[in-house]
Design a protein around this ligand. Structure first.
Ligand code: GCU
Length: 675
């Protein structure tokens, strides 16, 4: 294993400079195992670059050791004894007698401990003792889903909803010859705390289906690059694989032949990739095949895959994103928001032990503002993973700055059962963990918008510890990404990024209305773009009012899918939070919000404010021009994107304001120009 060094790609949060503190010391690494070798290589690369060395017999300034290693020097032994067991991925960190120590019971913990030292920089070596801190991830599975295709899809491109270039794994329909960048990606992910990656799109097309058969070697090759950084590979599979790949007449999960086919497929995969993670399945969703075709439930469907993986220790991530995408807009009784709960809640307790039900965080589809999905509270006897979208499909497509950690943090802290109950994070942490759709591609900055790197970093950190503060994560990211200048940059980055999600919400979607986007690619405004389509995404604006009545009293009854108190809060016009009002209620434009503003005036005010906030973001960034604090190419790329964000925000403002002015006939109370 060698530490990947790429010269033509931005180093993101692991520039060589970030390793200065550890790299300038004499470091002793003790222990055996593949991931300990990775730690050794990392330390060797860091010390080679910064003048330190690998301590042999001489005194070490830093010890990274497995607690059970032979020859553990005194400070490490004492720290290990005081820390007690650290678990499979945890570690303890301390400073004693002039030596900074990381000890872990298992190699993965040592790797995470190393990256913790990198985050701390010189602080880890500050004079004096540092008391023993124990660190361990909140949840065992911290996963990214790639929506990568092998071949370029005629409509979706290579990476579905990808805004950062092509796939890191495949090019021109083939596995990339040089996978160094995949290893560099794994390294970045490990430094953020990620330990699982599903490598291909949940919509499994014909070529990608073959990752289970004649293209399995590609899975093995990618897994080999992820492994040195403690990341397991998972693969998205099509439910109809026994038919499509195996030539069987059916994919009925209760059919004996089908069972045998899946078992043999799993055996083959594990023969090639012994630490394979498992399968991800999008079934009966947006045209993907599933168990409904055979009159079977999703529990039955998942069971056949789970049984195949169980002997090998693998898991099935079964997605709960099931709804009718061929709805008739005239049918007011069907509510897409209800679908996941209607389908899955009755199956609670019926999923096999190694099935993780992967639930999108909101009931619709990654809109800038949605309530938390009621499924999260409805299935106490099922392992649930909460799925987030790091790729910015509905949040500016990596052309807009939209720092998503505040949104994720808010939803992870939400308590579906009320103040006394558990939070969403608790459900995920004690269930199937956190999963997110990746935003990375072969773009030189990894994420298209350079500042979107912060979202990838923040997802990993929140998956490791959902209680982390988004602003503190931003500091960490900035310190790592801009070593040497972070102190001076921090204020600007906070000014631009901290509130950027709310800014995005202001100039796009008011009060919980979603999907006012251009159909298909979803970039830019089109208020009625989805209004008469089969996708179940309507706002019902007319001359009198706007919003979806999802109450039990007069609407679709969706509010009833929540436990109390939220079932009552959302049901009530008076108590429903403003930011979700139009998600739950259809109201007249003159309805007075809890804020004191009317709905129509709120729409106008937020759209004007949102654009002004974008102008302010730009002004902050412009001030850095020529300051030497950021690399000129980096500065230029962000500046160019901010100009597009400004253009787009103005377009949103003008279309949304004009639309609602024309519908309602209500002028802006402040007399601003509405077209
Ligand atoms: C969204 C997205 C699709 C994706 C789907 C999913 O609808 O637009 O591209 O396939 O989510 O999560 O499965």
């Amino acid at each position: 294993m060698t530490v990947p060094q790429l010269t033509d790609v931005h180093p993101a949060w692991l520039p060589p400079e970030a390793f200065r503190a550890i790299g300038s010391r004499q470091v002793l690494v003790l222990g055996e195992g593949a991931l300990v070798e990775t730690v050794r290589e990392e330390v060797a690369a860091a010390t080679a670059g910064h003048g330190g060395g690998q301590a042999g017999a001489g005194p070490a300034g830093c010890v990274l050791a497995l607690s059970g290693a032979d020859g553990l020097p005194e400070p490490a032994r004492a720290v290990a004894a005081e820390a007690g067991p650290t678990g499979a991925e945890g570690y303890a960190l301390a400073r004693r007698d002039g030596v900074t120590v990381v000890v872990a019971d298992a190699p993965a913990g040592l790797l995470y401990g190393l990256f913790h030292l990198v985050r701390l920089g010189e602080t880890a070596f500050a004079p004096g003792d540092r008391p023993v801190e124990r660190h361990a991830p909140a949840t065992a599975r911290r996963m990214l889903d790639h929506w990568d295709n092998i071949a370029v899809h005629p409509v979706m491109g290579q990476v579905e909803r990808g805004y950062a270039g092509g796939s890191l794994f495949w090019r021109d329909g083939e596995l990339r010859e040089d996978l160094t960048r995949v290893r560099a990606y794994a390294r970045l992910l490990a430094a953020a705390g990620i330990n699982a990656v599903a490598i291909n799109n949940v919509n499994v097309h014909a070529t990608e289906a073959r990752l289970l058969t004649d293209r399995l070697g590609e899975v093995a090759a990618i897994a080999a690059e992820l492994r040195p950084y403690g990341i397991r590979a998972h693969v998205s599979v099509g439910f109809a694989s026994p038919v499509v790949l195996g030539g069987l007449p059916t994919a009925d999960p209760l059919d004996e032949e089908v069972r045998r086919w899946w078992a043999a497929a799993a055996d083959r995969v594990y023969a090639a990739v012994p630490d394979f993670g498992g399968f991800v399945v999008k079934a009966d969703s947006e045209g993907q095949p599933g168990p409904f075709a055979y009159g079977r439930s999703h529990a039955d469907g998942a069971a056949v895959l789970a049984a195949a993986l169980a002997p090998h220790g693998g898991v099935v991530h079964w997605r709960a994103f099931v709804y009718n995408h061929r709805q008739d807009w005239r049918d007011r009784s069907t509510d897409r928001a209800r679908a996941a709960c209607d389908h899955f809640a009755p199956l609670d307790g019926r999923f096999a032990d190694n099935v993780i039900l992967q639930v999108k965080h909101g009931p619709m589809d990654f809109q800038p503002r949605e309530p938390v999905s009621p499924v999260i509270a409805a299935m106490p006897a099922t392992k649930l993973a909460v799925e987030l979208q790091v790729t910015q499909e509905y949040t500016g497509q990596q052309r807009h700055v939209c720092y998503l950690a505040p949104m994720w943090s808010e939803l992870l802290a939400f308590r579906p059962w009320g103040e006394e109950g558990r939070a969403v994070a608790d459900v995920a942490v004690h269930g199937g963990g956190l999963v997110a759709v990746s935003n990375a591609g072969d773009d030189p900055y990894w994420t298209g918008h350079p500042l979107a790197q912060a979202n990838l970093y923040a997802f990993g950190r929140l998956a490791w510890d959902p209680r982390l503060d988004p602003a503190a994560i931003l500091d960490e990211w900035a310190d790592l990404t801009f070593p040497g200048t972070a102190d001076e940059l921090r204020g600007t980055l906070h000014a631009i990024m901290d509130g950027s999600w709310r800014t995005y919400e202001r100039y796009t979607a008011p009060l919980g209305v979603g999907f006012m986007v251009r159909p298909g690619h979803h970039y830019g405004p089109d208020v009625d773009g989805y209004e008469y389509t089969p996708w179940g995404t309507y706002h019902f604006a007319d001359r009198d009012g706007v919003g979806v009545d999802r109450t039990r009293a007069t609407g679709t009854g969706f509010t009833g899918q929540y436990p109390r108190p939220w079932a009552d809060v959302y049901e009530s016009l008076e108590r429903c939070p403003d930011e979700l009002l139009l998600f739950f209620h259809h109201v007249p434009y003159g309805h007075v919000l809890r804020s004191g503003s009317t709905v129509i005036q709120h729409i106008y005010d937020t759209h004007f404010a949102g654009v002004e906030e974008v102008s302010a973001m730009r002004a902050h960034w412009d001030k850095l021009d020529g300051s030497g604090l950021v690399d000129p190419a980096y500065h230029a790329r962000v500046a160019e994107l901010l100009a597009e964000q400004q253009r787009s925000a103005e377009e949103w403002r003008d279309q949304v304001n004009t639309y609602f002015f024309r519908k309602s006939g209500v002028p802006d109370a402040r007399g601003r120009r509405i077209h």
